[in-house]
Design a protein around this ligand. Structure first.
Ligand code: N0T
Length: 527
């Protein structure tokens, strides 16, 4: 149907991911695109609640909406397909100038089968649930159910076909087959069918990819055999959807992971076993080459864990994309950490006015501070969305978010160091004014920045609630200095100079608090 994978109807380029020198770009309309997203609540995938989505997304300056399409709504009766919501979504997203990430809630949604049609839910013979080790039914569909895969895939391909035929303009920019797959409280299916596979050999593709000797699951994987087994077969199932879906329209496809503590050995009983957590990405890569990326759903507020999760999904073979993060204000600062790692997208979850809040995962309510935390960041990146995505694809970047304890973070880029510190007044060091108040953002979980190194001596950065200092790296000649700090903005891809920062604005570090702006810093050496 498509002459070349990258070219679609109307001569337009289908969105896709490009990778070069370990960096990645999401290409939309032929150029790098930064997804400033928001995911709607789980039951907002109907025409009526969709009306409560757009103002909220506008309020945070999102350019993309992530919305589920449920199998139960697409195929309420077997073989009868209803595309009305999909068309409504396309129409409204276009009217509100938003791109779409489609979430296919099929056999697995947070592992469970709740989003399958009744005719699936109620037919355990045709669509078998997993068995637990003691032979009970588990409320998660087995990835070994051939009829489940066939039916799920058929519906998913109908969706992809509809998108191909009704979205030549590529309003839909990515697709997520299933949601947070795996199984809680049951590391794998223990049915007779599954057990037979489990006792058999590990597929050679997998042992080869992991550079492990051949053998059965227990001998190759030991303690992690059950989870590795379920990961492989779940990923193979999704590969079937992604591969066939891409043959219809080759949109970027990704899977999202429900996470646990990235510093502890994963407990196969409490994690969503089978999902693409950071420690099993290699299994997913081997099993599902048609998927573009695996992605972390971040509902852990602790900075140490968040940084680690982001690191695990930032790889030469895996573009970082954060398809879900809690919508409480304190998560917003991690936008900077994600961007610094080259993220192609970032989306807080629950961004509509449905009167539902998933606290303690996310916010308790949308107060102004919560909206502002996301809006200020998406605003400044939105104003430079195309140039930033292009720059980040071609240049080193680094991001910092305030760690929980407020310690400054710093990095070396070429001959220079960049240091981000938090919780300070703009004017000078606190020690000079022992009687002055500390700023309101001293203890608050806010603050961060992202910087790109444009050339040996030039940096572009923005941030909020942060003091940024540039200096000569250790070991470099001591005559390094900031030559110039320019504030500007972008028109198209071009930098437009607005003013030079000097005096108080530069004497004590470069401070950005509530109004993120773009700053270009030129370093140099005197002779
Ligand atoms: C997410 C969302 C939605 C640290 C939760 C997170 C969304 C799904 N699941 O509102 O249900 O569809 O992807 C699961 C978090 C588990 C607890 C993590 C504790």
């Amino acid at each position: 149907l498509l002459a070349t994978p990258a070219l679609a109807q109307n001569g337009g380029q289908v969105p896709h991911i490009e990778s070069k020198n370990g960096r990645h770009a999401l290409i939309v309309d032929g150029a790098p695109f930064l997804m400033l997203g928001g995911q709607v609540n789980n039951s907002s995938n109907y025409a009526a609640p969709l009306k409560q989505v757009w103002d909220r997304l506008d309020s945070i300056h999102a350019n993309t909406v992530e919305v589920p399409v449920a199998w139960e709504q697409l195929e309420p009766k077997e073989g009868q397909f209803d595309y009305s919501f999909v068309q409504t979504l396309l129409d409204e997203a276009r009217a509100h100038d938003k791109r779409i990430v489609l979430l296919w809630f099929g056999a697995w949604k947070n592992t469970g089968l709740a989003y399958t049609p009744d005719w699936v839910k109620l037919d355990n013979r045709r669509f078998p649930r997993m068995k637990t080790a003691d032979g009970k039914d588990h409320g998660v569909l087995s990835p070994h159910g051939a009829a489940t895969l066939a039916a799920d895939k058929r519906a998913f391909l109908k969706l992809m076909t509809y998108v191909r035929d009704h979205d030549a303009q590529n309003t839909v920019i990515m697709v997520q087959p299933e949601n947070e797959v795996g199984s809680y409280q049951n590391p794998r299916d223990f049915s007779a069918t599954a057990q037979k596979l489990f006792d058999g050999p590990v597929p050679a593709e997998l042992t080869r990819a992991l550079r492990k000797p051949a053998g059965n699951w227990k001998s190759v994987f030991g303690d992690t055999a059950d989870r590795s087994f379920n990961t492989w077969y779940t990923a193979r199932y999704i590969e079937e959807l992604a591969k066939a879906g891409k043959a219809i329209k080759p949109l970027p496809m990704y899977v999202n992971a429900s996470l646990t503590d990235p510093y502890k050995p994963v407990d196969p009983m409490s994690v969503s076993s089978g999902g693409p957590q950071g420690d099993v990405i290699d299994i997913w890569k081997a099993a599902a080459p048609s998927l573009d990326l695996a992605a972390p759903d971040i509902y852990d507020r602790g900075s140490r864990n968040v940084f680690k999760h982001l690191d695990l999904y930032t790889r030469p073979d895996n573009a970082l994309m954060v398809p879900e993060i809690g919508n409480a204000a304190e998560y917003a600062r991690y936008f900077w950490s994600a961007l610094g790692r080259g993220a192609i997208g970032f989306a807080p979850f629950g961004m509509d006015d449905a009167d539902y809040f998933n606290y303690p995962l996310g916010a308790k309510s949308f107060d102004d501070a919560t909206i502002h935390a996301f809006a200020s960041k998406f605003g400044v990146l939105g104003a430079a969305m195309r140039p930033w995505a292009k720059i980040a694809f071609a240049h080193p970047t680094w991001g910092a978010a305030r760690p929980d304890d407020g310690t400054p973070l710093s990095t070396t880029m070429g001959d220079w160091t960049v240091t981000a510190s938090f919780g300070q007044w703009q004017f000078g060091q606190r020690e000079w004014f022992p009687n002055a108040d500390t700023p309101a953002w001293d203890k608050a979980m806010v603050g961060g920045m992202v910087v790109a190194q444009l050339s040996a001596n030039e940096f572009l950065f923005t941030g909020d609630h942060v003091r940024v200092q540039f200096g000569a790296r250790e070991g470099a000649p001591a005559n390094g200095m900031i030559v110039k700090v320019e504030e500007g903005h972008f028109e198209g891809d071009n930098w437009v100079f607005d003013r030079i920062w000097n005096g108080d604005q530069t004497d004590y570090g470069l401070n950005i608090i509530d109004k993120p702006v773009w700053l270009k810093v030129t370093m140099g050496r005197y002779r």
